[in-house]
Design a binder for this molecule. Structure first.
Ligand code: ATP
Ligand code: MG
Ligand code: MG
Ligand code: MG
Length: 482
């Protein structure tokens, strides 16, 4: 089954269970002060759960573009090194707004995984919330009973802690237990090494969480107490790329047809073979991942810039440029050439990238050019100081990290990454002190901070309407105030 079929089967399955299929919300969030990027399928439905708005349909399903590089969920450090965390990924989800609940959601999830996708039952296990006495939270006996019936026993049901199996929107508001489905993708030989041992997904890189079913049944009040919600909701999220890995019998998301076209393209352009060398492999995976985050963020209205969400995108982009430069020997802009491969591949499901391809490419190429102008000198500067760092407890001092940021455009996390590769750490506190000192200097000089791009109405709720001009010289972005 190819990835398009896998996605479509998910949507068809829930349509057959009377779900309304809705489009993905943009990956860029413009009207929520608590969130810069969509990090879960439920974000766009928040108001229905909070009761601020009536839900237009009792059941919906979709695939949602998500980004987890900042805030509560930040998976950036894992990307390229593990096989299943991405910056940008698709989250497949189904929701019930005061309609069905656990006894429908869990059997449906199982039916889809085992009957439609034919995943092996004996390789899956589930977790349910085990309760938290301190917080007065009961174990999820209902979910346990439902799973016991579905699985025909309790062997593969694990009780989880509040951290993994209880979901809360914030300090107050809707919350409830969740039930995760994990799959063991280890080879037969690997499994034989640990007979009878029930693995949880932190124990082995090939044992992976694929689906989370959240059941909102409580409301946390301001005094910390919990009351039952008058209407109960279901909120689920399944990692699409992980599902593809499981269905296609691969051991890495990067080996599925979601990533292979890009992996092959990068390898070919770099004149290397994928799976020949650990270092170039990581770089190829990082590039194949990061371009998705960069391209979709730009297509959805977030240009790289010097602050806030724009700097998140710039940081990802510079990180990718450095991997390309150092490990794949791309000394000229390359990332922008990856955009058409991605746009073509996803045109049928996310046409927004194809529609703005030329513009997105130009923005990326300009960013690459700007960073490449200083990258080589910055790397040389770092190299030249190696002996000093060694004599200095293997630590890059705050002043140097700040110089790299200020003069050479190295985001702090990029310096930290390069430092780590060389066995050094970075004095982050020292960096912050230097940063603060510079801000004070700028303030004293009465300079206002200027991003590279002019965003109309940056601080007012706006709705992204598309780029006005295809020319990056114009740098005009069209937002409608809402
Ligand atoms: P993990 O424990 O693997 O980090 P999670 O518990 O943080 O996942 P959830 O918040 O429960 O993830 O999100 C629902 C689903 O989205 C997960 O079960 C997983 O399949 C998928 N998912 C989460 N984070 C990522 C990511 N960075 N890249 C790809 N898929 C992801
Ligand atoms: Mg996570
Ligand atoms: Mg988890
Ligand atoms: Mg989870």
């Amino acid at each position: 089954m190819n990835s398009s079929e896998i996605r479509q089967k998910f949507l068809d399955f829930f349509a057959s269970k009377k779900h309304h299929i809705v489009p993905s919300a943009p990956i860029v969030v413009k009207d929520d002060p608590t969130l810069m990027f969509t990090n879960a399928g439920m974000n766009q439905f928040k108001d229905y759960f909070l009761g601020n708005k009536p839900a237009p349909w009792p059941r919906v399903a979709n695939t949602q573009k998500c980004l987890r590089v900042s805030g509560k969920h930040n998976d950036l450090e894992e990307v390229g090194y593990d096989t299943y965390h991405h910056t940008m990924f698709e989250m497949l989800g189904n929701w019930s707004f005061g309609d069905y609940f656990k006894k429908e959601a869990l059997p449906w999830a199982w039916e889809l995984l085992t009957d439609v996708y034919n995943l092996p039952k004996e390789r899956m296990y589930v977790s349910v919330f085990g309760g938290d006495e301190k917080d007065g939270l009961p174990a999820d006996e209902d979910a346990f009973k439902i799973w016991k019936k579905i699985l025909g026993g309790e062997d593969r049901i694990l009780f989880g802690s509040k951290k993994d199996n209880f979901w809360e929107m914030g300090d107050t508001g809707p919350c409830g237990p969740c039930s995760e489905i994990h799959i063991d993708l280890r080879s037969e030989e690997e499994v034989a090494k640990t007979p009878g041992k029930e693995l949880v997904n932190n124990d082995h890189p090939q044992v992976v969480e694929i689906w989370n079913n959240v059941f909102m049944e409580f409301n946390r009040l301001a005094d910390g107490s919990l009351v039952k919600l008058p209407a109960q909701h279901v909120d689920t999220g399944m990692g699409f790329e992980r599902l593809c890995m499981a269905v296609q019998g691969k051991q890495s998301n990067y080996d599925t047809d979601v990533f292979q076209p890009m992996i092959q393209f990068v390898a070919e352009q770099a004149g290397v073979k994928y799976e020949d060398n650990e270092k170039t492999d990581i770089a190829i995976r990082v590039l194949s991942d990061h371009i998705r985050a960069i391209a979709f963020a730009i297509a959805d209205g977030q240009l790289p810039s010097n602050n806030k969400a724009g700097y998140v995108i710039r940081r990802i982009l510079r990180r990718a440029v450095r991997y390309a430069f150092t490990f794949l020997n791309f000394k000229k802009p390359f990332l922008y050439q990856m955009v058409p491969v991605l746009a073509d591949q996803l045109a049928h499901i996310f046409p927004e990238l194809k529609a703005q391809q030329a513009f997105v490419q130009r923005v990326i190429e300009e960013e690459e050019l700007a960073f490449l102008r200083t990258l080589e000198n910055g790397l040389k500067r770092l190299d030249s100081l190696n002996e000093t760092f060694k004599g200095n407890q293997n630590r890059i001092d705050g002043k140097t990290a700040f110089e790299l940021y200020d003069t050479f455009g190295f985001p702090a996390d990029l310096t930290a990454l390069i430092a780590k590769e060389n066995g050094f750490s970075v004095d982050e506190e020292g960096f912050e002190i230097e940063m603060q000192a510079q801000k004070n200097r700028s303030r004293n000089a009465a300079q206002t901070e200027q991003g590279d791009w002019i965003l109309v109405g940056d601080d007012v709720p706006t709705e992204f309407m598309g780029y006005d001009a295809i020319s990056t010289e114009a740098r005009i972005v069209k937002y409608r105030q809402v």
